[in-house]
Design a protein around this ligand. Structure first.
Ligand SMILES: Cc1ncc(COP(=O)(O)O)c(C=O)c1O
Length: 435
């Protein structure tokens, strides 16, 4: 009999979980005993036909909403023509069209792209490109951070020990401290004045590389570690230090990109220009896709130095174009900002009313709520967080954890105010019951 997370699910779910346990790798982190059946817009259903409002969006992937008709249309059309071309070896128009169109969403200097299939691959490409272009060895990333799980990106990742245990040795990466202002390791109480403390650590790490530093990798909003928003001065300071030490600034937009924070790139909220950008998750509208973009002066690697089989896959590119068009036509960035601001206001009110809400932070529809035992001690409310997630799930709201005791709110960006209220009501009921 499998161990169920939250309450035992319905009979069909139980059967599938039993089969899953026999054949699927046990390394996956399952957050619920939720067995997915179908989805539409901002809702998902399990195999026992229970309906949930989706504040998880398949881990920040379904920004345009589930089973969006534009994806169905694009895939139906393309699959009749061809699915795959082997883009590393042959030319094709669709990947070029996808990249040309993507560039209309990006800062002008980002004018060359490498296509892949996932977030970790988009990071691997950025890492290898930084080392190729600079001919340097070291990279600085942050703790906490999450950049993926293949060996290059895992070397950058520094979030939960279980993710790295037994997998070393890693590539030459030093870790500076990411500004987690709610739990400032320097004991600083003022959110706005802490940037320099973190920048000092970063500069120290950069100096330790003794002129052999290729790049700094940064999430503009830290995703898996708890939806942590750094101060604006910090992100600007990272750019200045990269210029000072002649290092590339590699911007991991895998989770925060594609209008999740209102801007197409989350780093635009900080008025900072990155050198290399990695995108994935939402960019394919649910079809696997990764993209690494840079200026042509930087993306100067020679033929054969980096390639893959499935990058530029025609179905992924067709879905990518449809996704981007939908995002622009429906002004999803604007909606993310408006609904996100509204949700933040309500969550801030909840924070005033409930002792177990320690922190509410976020930009657009990338919102983190940190659960604590009590406001004064700030002790991580790990069990309380699990309890809230289970109770919310039972009431029909799907959410995911992030970091040690935060809950992330990352719904499809088509979420309406009415849906936001329904979700927040369930969230508040669950908080009240647990708190
Ligand atoms: C910021 C960030 N970078 C990279 C990744 C890795 O992406 P993938 O799981 O597609 O390999 C993730 C995944 O959650 C992420 O959040």
């Amino acid at each position: 009999m499998p161990k169920f997370i939250c309450r035992k699910p319905g009979p069909k779910s139980v059967k599938i979980i039993e089969r899953d346990e026999k054949v699927i790798s046990p390394s996956l982190t399952r957050e619920y005993s939720f067995v997915f059946k179908k989805a539409k817009g901002c809702h998902v259903w399990d195999v026992d036909n229970r309906k949930y409002l989706d504040f998880a969006a398949g881990v920040a992937v379904m920004n345009i909403g589930h089973t969006n008709h534009v994806i169905e249309k694009a895939l139906r059309k393309q699959i009749k023509i061809a699915s795959h071309v082997g883009f590393s070896d042959f030319y094709a128009e669709l990947p070029v069209e996808f990249v040309e169109y993507l560039m209309t969403f990006l800062p002008k200097h980002l004018d060359k792209a490498f296509l892949s299939n996932s977030g970790t691959e988009a990071i691997e490409a950025a890492y290898k490109l930084a080392r190729w272009h600079t001919k340097k060895k070291w990279v600085v990333a942050f703790k906490p951070s999450f950049h993926g799980r293949t060996m290059g990106s895992l070397s950058l990742t520094n979030a939960r020990p279980v993710q790295k245990e037994r997998f070393g040795p890693f590539l030459p990466v030093k870790h500076a401290v990411y500004p987690y202002c709610y739990r400032c390791p320097f004991g600083n109480k003022e959110h706005d004045t802490c940037a320099n403390l973190y920048l000092d650590v970063l500069e120290k790490k950069m100096k330790e590389c003794k002129g052999d530093l290729a790049a700094v990798f940064m999430e503009p909003v830290a995703g898996e570690p708890g939806y942590i928003v750094p101060p604006k001065d910090f992100v600007k300071g990272v750019r200045e230090l990269c210029d000072k030490y002649d290092a590339l600034l590699c911007d991991d937009e895998v989770q925060a990109g594609c209008y999740r924070t209102g801007k197409f790139l989350a780093i635009e909220n900080f008025d900072v220009k990155p050198d290399i950008v990695s995108l994935s998750k939402a960019i394919g509208g649910g079809v696997p896709m990764g993209v690494t973009v840079a200026n042509g002066r930087i993306m100067d690697w020679m033929a054969g130095s980096h390639a893959n089989t499935m990058g530029g896959n025609l179905l992924a590119c067709a879905a990518g174009i449809a996704t981007l068009k939908f995002m622009r036509e429906k002004k999803l960035g604007k909606n993310a900002t408006e609904i996100g601001n509204y949700m933040m206001e309500r969550l801030e009110e909840m924070k005033d009313n409930y002792e177990i809400i320690g922190d509410v932070r976020g930009i657009g529809l990338m919102i983190g709520v940190e659960i604590v035992k009590d406001k004064k001690s700030k002790k991580y409310g790990v069990n309380e967080r699990s309890d809230i997630l289970c109770r919310a799930g039972e009431k029909g709201l799907l959410m995911l954890p992030a970091g040690t005791s935060a809950i992330r709110i990352c719904p499809p960006l088509i979420l309406t105010k009415g849906q936001a209220d329904i979700g927040l009501d369930i969230f508040e009921d669950s908080i009240r019951e647990v708190g």
